[in-house]
Design a protein. Structure first.
Length: 163
């Protein structure tokens, strides 16, 4: 299963904000920290605000912060809210399904069970379980993107590529 870039950025945003509870954070700051598109991040923040996860203040000196405690932000719930659909295969959407073997295949049921298991695992986590790694995360978030990629080859990513 692969999450959309939107969900990836949403998780990165709340993790960043969870590591910075003492102050307002700008979209530009998060964009620079992760080396991701500011344009996409603006849409993500708008959605997180509508979901009640983030509070945003506009204008000079503005920014955003979490509007809930990290312990109140369930990862499975957030992924369900930020994924447009979970149509892993064509036959999951009856309106667009053109697969001729869908009625007899049986694969759909197995994939649905796997998807449910995936989400069930995410349901076991809240943001605070990841923010506890703040001491390890902050140096990586504060390092320039180029240094981060070369110092941690396993973390080297193309711009916007999911974690």
């Amino acid at each position: 299963m692969q999450l959309t870039q939107f969900s990836d950025y949403a998780m990165r945003t709340v993790l960043y904000l969870g590591c910075r509870p003492e102050r307002l954070v700008s979209v530009d700051e998060i964009s620079r920290a992760y080396g991701i598109s500011r344009h996409h991040l603006v849409r993500v923040v708008q959605s997180l605000t509508e979901l009640g996860v983030v509070t945003a203040q506009r204008g000079r000196g503005g920014g955003m912060r979490l509007s809930k405690k990290p312990s109140e932000i369930n990862v499975g719930w957030l992924i369900r809210q930020t994924e447009p659909h979970f149509h892993l295969v064509e036959c999951f959407d009856p309106e667009t399904n053109t697969c001729p073997i869908a009625p007899a295949c049986g694969l759909k049921g197995a994939i649905q069970r796997a998807q449910q298991a995936f989400l069930a695992v995410l349901d076991e986590y809240t943001l605070d379980q990841f923010v506890k790694r703040k001491a390890d995360l902050l140096p990586l978030l504060d390092a320039p993107t180029v240094m981060r990629s070369s110092a941690y080859p396993g973390c080297a990513r193309l711009k916007g590529e999911p974690l």
